[in-house]
Design a protein around this ligand. Structure first.
Ligand SMILES: [Fe+2]
Length: 338
């Protein structure tokens, strides 16, 4: 029998709960009978989720628990605070851990773009640090993350998928841990300046007027203002925010920089940003599949990219196993910002 699950509740993975912690929001079980489905309180928000409760879930083979939707913020805070423990718990299958990372990251990005103040910018940085530490330690995690990011590119977790693709691309290029952390945080933060532009312009369905486009072109500099107001100085994040619309041939904005006037992380961000735009579902056009996006980038926008980096990106994302392929270039990208 098919049941309609209440829109007031959100399913969560039992794997995301650590024993001997309190989650902060009530957790429910779905009880099904032949005549009804009901949510039954399973663990109160202020009660400790202990071994006995966990054993009961395992014994009953419970695959989903539920929280009330209006308490989801509390749950996502819990995930973020327990991130390192969850991702290093080898009893949780890798794919399941990656899904938990995704849901926490998606919530973080939503908060960041709703309220880009220092707390959320710092949360983003901390999250990027943790995520990079995780994918560096666990090559299976990197593989699983890339699989999810490429195959489920159309989902609401899009910007997180793109940050994952960018980070793993950086890893493939041979970047060190600190550069990868800057790259990951920079990709998550890069459009934060758009929060200073009116929604009427950002969401306009028809063609933008010249004046409207001039306003859009200010978002990299607005982004720097936002980062500066947080009082935190992040080198790569600033460069990525400022240079992610600069084109290799000088036709980009805000400064019309060309070739090596653009920093390596700015060049990577340009590629990732276009890939992001083409693979996202927008109100005015359908999303392209990853390989169709690469084709369009090659055919229509080749002048935007650093040729060698773009080739590396095609090989990285292409149909071959990126971890087994031979490097097409002997050049190593040992630093992101000069
Ligand atoms: Fe942008």
């Amino acid at each position: 029998m098919e049941y309609e699950i209440s829109p007031d509740y959100l399913p969560i993975s039992p794997c995301s709960l650590r024993t001997n912690t309190t989650v902060g929001c009530d957790i429910y079980l779905l009880a099904k009978t032949t005549i009804e489905v009901r949510f039954v309180l399973y663990c109160r928000g202020d009660a400790v989720f202990d071994e006995t409760k966990k054993d009961m879930l395992v014994a009953q083979r419970i695959k989903s628990l539920f929280i009330k939707k209006d308490e989801q913020e509390t749950y996502f805070d819990y995930l973020e605070n327990n991130f390192q423990h969850i991702v290093s718990d080898t009893s949780i299958p890798t794919d399941e851990r990656i899904k938990i990372v995704h849901s926490a990251a998606t919530n973080l990005v939503k908060d960041l773009y709703n309220d880009p103040r220092s707390g959320n910018v710092e949360r983003t940085k901390t999250f990027a640090n943790n995520m990079v530490d995780y994918v560096i330690k666990d090559s299976k995690a990197a593989e699983s993350l890339l699989k999810l990011a490429v195959h489920e590119y159309y989902t609401y977790t899009h910007s997180v998928n793109v940050a994952a693709v960018g980070t793993l691309f950086g890893q493939d290029l041979g970047l060190g841990v600190n550069d990868l952390k800057g790259l990951c945080a920079g990709i998550l933060l890069h459009d934060v300046g758009k929060t200073r532009i009116s929604a009427d312009i950002l969401n306009k369905k028809g063609k933008l007027t010249k004046e409207e486009f001039e306003i859009i072109k200010k978002h990299p500099e607005f982004g720097i203002e936002v980062l500066e107001e947080t009082g935190v100085q992040f080198k790569e994040e600033r460069i990525i925010t400022l240079q992610h619309h600069e084109n290799d041939d000088g036709s980009g904005y805000p400064y019309g920089l060309k070739k090596d006037e653009i920093q390596p992380c700015g060049k990577i961000a340009r590629i990732i940003d276009v890939y992001d735009a083409l693979t996202a579902n927008r109100s005015y056009k359908d999303a392209l599949r990853p390989f169709a996006a690469l084709q369009e980038m090659k055919d229509e926008m080749f002048h935007c990219f650093d040729t060698e980096l773009f080739r590396e990106f095609i090989h990285f994302l292409g149909p071959y196993d990126p971890r087994k392929r031979a490097k097409i270039s002997s050049k190593r990208y040992t630093t992101l910002a000069r």
